[in-house]
Write a new protein. Structure first.
Length: 236
């Protein structure tokens, strides 16, 4: 299902530093500066979205149906007025409950990250809990796209530098592609990698040595990306 896919993406981006903060900031903006919740979210993708499943709805007796219809007609005007006065979107109280829970869990996760590190059992557990709270929130396309773009841009930067290093090794130094695919993974940010290849006895060792500075320049950009995102390349 499309909505299940959206949930999975939301759960994934929750691990990317700054994404949850940005949505919390948007929520704070619309709730304190006179905005509307529909500028941030359109609902929730879980069983607790406030809707009543069809099978759980109480049947209306036929005799009561006509009376109910009349009552509905009389109340239509009042309900329409209330909708116009209200937000016309998600329930503010439910949104407050959910965003408060996300905000509280985000602080817990940040403390675990700072104290134990991202790869620790504690941090992984708290980030998972954060994702569980964040993923049911159905963001409007503008907000959702902004989150995905942030992650995609980081991934594009990663792929770009990896391609640049591969071109230097395979195209310029004449390293067999199979050798590159075997030797490079795991050494993306090892600045001694090119130097160790240059000291080897392969036919392309000298060429790698001549390109060592260029390779390291690309690796430095990968290191910078890790620092900026506070994620390993594998996590990105």
């Amino acid at each position: 299902r499309i909505e299940e896919g959206i949930r999975e993406v939301m759960g994934a981006v929750a691990h990317f530093p700054g994404t949850v903060d940005s949505i919390l900031a948007e929520y704070t903006r619309v709730t304190t500066e006179g905005g509307r919740l529909v500028e941030v979210l359109s609902g929730y993708i879980d069983p607790d979205d406030g809707s009543v499943p069809a099978e759980a709805a109480a049947p209306v007796p036929a005799a009561a149906g006509d009376a109910a219809d009349k009552d509905d007609e009389e109340e239509d005007g009042d309900s329409d007025d209330e909708e116009e006065e209200g937000d016309g979107g998600p329930d503010p109280e439910e949104a407050l409950r959910r965003f408060t829970a996300v905000s509280d869990q985000l602080e817990i996760a940040k403390k675990a990250l700072k104290k134990h590190g991202r790869s620790s059992k504690q941090a992984i557990q708290e980030l998972k809990a954060l994702a569980e709270l964040f993923m049911p929130i159905k963001l409007v396309p503008k907000q959702y796209d902004a989150l995905v773009v942030r992650v995609r841009e980081a991934l594009d930067r990663l792929r770009g530098q990896e391609r640049a290093i591969m071109q230097l090794c395979v195209r310029d130094a004449r390293m067999p592609r199979a050798d590159f695919l075997r030797l490079f993974p795991g050494n993306e940010v090892d600045l001694d990698w090119a130097a160790s290849l240059a000291k080897g006895k392969s036919k392309y060792a000298e060429a790698i040595g001549n390109l060592q500075a260029d390779i390291q320049r690309c690796q430095q950009k990968l290191i910078a990306l890790q620092t900026e995102s506070d994620l390993t390349l594998a996590e990105i």
